[in-house]
Ligand binder design. Structure first.
Ligand SMILES: CC(C)(COP(=O)(O)OP(=O)(O)OC[C@H]1O[C@@H](n2cnc3c(N)ncnc32)[C@H](O)[C@@H]1OP(=O)(O)O)[C@@H](O)C(=O)NCCC(=O)NCCS
Length: 122
């Protein structure tokens, strides 16, 4: 990955806002040092990623994939798939993050990522 520390990740699960993972370029989370964020909604059967944004200056440096990896690690822990609707231009990005077209959807831009099944303890 091309990103360089220091950076910080804030994981907010506040009830009144949508849960958000925000990435900052320094250890101090100030607005003008924000690299990007992913906002999501947690349902009993899935997580919907509703907004994924990397600030223009920081795009194509690996931060978007890094954010998605954090969300995927969380979804893996909860054993929930992540679903999203991609913009046309972002489709190659999501494919690189392991998303595929949702089954039985005619729309190419409806995507899903599935967690690996956890092994049952013997
Ligand atoms: C789409 C977006 C989130 C990607 O974040 P990013 O930090 O630029 O992406 P990364 O640098 O982590 O890219 C990961 C991989 O995807 C590829 N990629 C990223 N954006 C791409 C694009 N628009 N077209 C083709 N490939 C793309 C990168 O080249 C990289 O490939 P590599 O690993 O082979 O080098 C970001 O560009 C963005 O916020 N765009 C504007 C808003 C937007 O479109 N959001 C998505 C809404 S659905």
């Amino acid at each position: 990955m091309k990103r360089k520390p220091p950076f910080c990740v804030i994981f907010k699960l506040k009830k009144k806002d949508l849960p958000t993972i925000t990435l900052y370029e320094s250890n101090t989370p100030v607005k003008d040092k924000m690299i990007g964020y992913v906002q999501f909604q947690i349902y009993p059967d899935r997580i919907d990623a509703v907004d994924v944004t990397i600030e223009p200056h920081f795009q194509k440096k690996g931060y978007g994939r890094f954010l998605m990896k954090i969300l995927q690690a969380y979804a893996q822990e909860l054993q929930l798939p992540i679903e999203l609707s991609s913009l046309d231009n972002a489709l190659p990005f999501y494919k690189k993050c392991g998303f595929t077209k949702k089954p039985r959807q005619s729309n190419n831009l409806e995507l899903i990522w599935r967690p690996k099944r956890k092994r049952k303890k013997k």
